[in-house]
Design a protein around this ligand. Structure first.
Ligand code: SAM
Ligand code: SF4
Length: 326
């Protein structure tokens, strides 16, 4: 369906948990996290129910995220439920990749079409530092597994942080050259655990692109399946591509096609704006879907025109990225 600005909304990002097996410096605090309680978190069947309602008003694409979606027990069962919804033609997962390899086959068999891995460094100690514990080899193993299973297009999300991993931009570009991988360089956003975010750590997409162009020819920009807000460029002579996501320097709200649902069933029209619609009371109370459908439609219709991330996350914003679903 169209939102109040005339944008077609057909993409639902579902956070299946606010828990995570890592603690990325910019995303989650190391300690003192309070999680959604057992009764408040949606069951897999409830999530599938809400996706079905979304599908009835035009949702065609679903991405499972979190927190870390693969720490949710029986996640393949949820993929299977969603795959059974005939209107949904694309199911993807965004994961840190630590647990992907052992689950890859069953996820694919359940209907998973694509996977995005988050990877900010290819140096083991740096990876451990930014994730506060992660084992780089587990992620690399998972990426290899996704390549072997041909879960294309396989994307790598890399948040570029000046002074931390900007010296690895060429290594990531080389990865896109050698393998059919799509590296998406993401501008560091003032969202999440703000103790780590600083304006001088932000590197714009333009700066990143210019750096890559010192060594590589970037061919004509193109779109790939589920390409969302990124602009992609084929790397000259290589197998993959590099893409740039610029929420800070060039917001893409005019092309936004998504809404988000938190693990406790709150529908959020924009990552950055605070408004949420609680679906759970209606979900647990009603026997027909009309009320839920109305709640979806109202949320979509009132989707804000654009975010105001450039002016800061705001003291009063009570949720972090892992709680909303990144
Ligand atoms: N745990 C999964 C993962 O890491 O892929 C899914 C959830 S995570 C919140 C989704 C994405 O949000 C990751 O790629 C992460 O790097 C990105 N992210 C989190 N905080 C961010 C920030 N402040 N700026 C840019 N990207 C951020
Ligand atoms: Fe976990 Fe993903 Fe946040 Fe890292 S970015 S702490 S992996 S939810």
């Amino acid at each position: 369906m169209l939102d109040g600005q005339g944008r077609e909304i057909n993409y639902l990002r579902v956070s299946v948990t606010d828990r995570c097996n890592l603690r990325c410096q910019y995303c989650m605090p190391e300690t003192g996290i309070s999680y959604v309680g057992h009764n408040d978190i949606l069951s897999l069947e409830e999530i599938a129910h809400l996706v079905r309602v979304g599908a009835s008003i035009g949702i065609r694409k679903v991405r499972l995220t979190g927190g870390e979606p693969l720490v949710r027990r029986n996640i393949s069962q949820l993929v299977h439920y969603i795959n059974d919804i005939k209107e949904i033609d694309d199911i993807a997962i965004t994961t840190n990749g630590i647990l992907f390899a052992p689950l890859a086959e069953e996820l694919k068999a359940a209907g998973l079409k694509r996977v995005n891995f988050s990877l900010d460094s290819m140096v083991a100690e740096k990876y451990r530092f930014i994730t506060r514990s992660g084992d780089l080899s587990a992620v690399l193993n998972s990426i290899e597994k996704a390549l072997a299973l041909e879960l294309h297009p396989i994307k790598i999300n890399t948040v570029v942080i000046k002074g931390f991993n900007d010296n690895e931009i060429m290594d990531f570009a080389e990865l896109a050259c050698k393998y059919p991988l799509h590296i998406r360089f993401i501008e560091f956003m003032p969202i999440g655990d703000l103790l780590f975010w600083r304006r001088d750590r932000l590197m714009t997409s333009q700066e990143i692109k210019q750096r890559i162009e010192q060594e590589y020819v970037l061919e004509e920009s193109f779109k790939i399946e589920g390409s969302g807000p990124a602009n992609y460029y084929k790397i000259g002579g290589g197998m993959g591509s590099v893409g740039f996501i610029s929420p800070m320097s060039n917001h893409f709200c005019g092309r936004c096609n998504r809404i988000r649902m938190t693990a406790e069933g709150k529908l959020r029209a924009c990552l950055y704006e605070q408004g949420e619609t609680d679906l759970k009371p209606a979900l647990r109370r009603s026997t027909d879907d009309e009320e839920l459908k109305q709640l979806f439609m109202q949320t979509i219709f009132s989707k804000p025109k654009r975010h105001h991330m450039q002016s800061g996350w705001g003291e009063d914003n009570h949720r972090m990225m892992y709680q909303i679903g990144g």
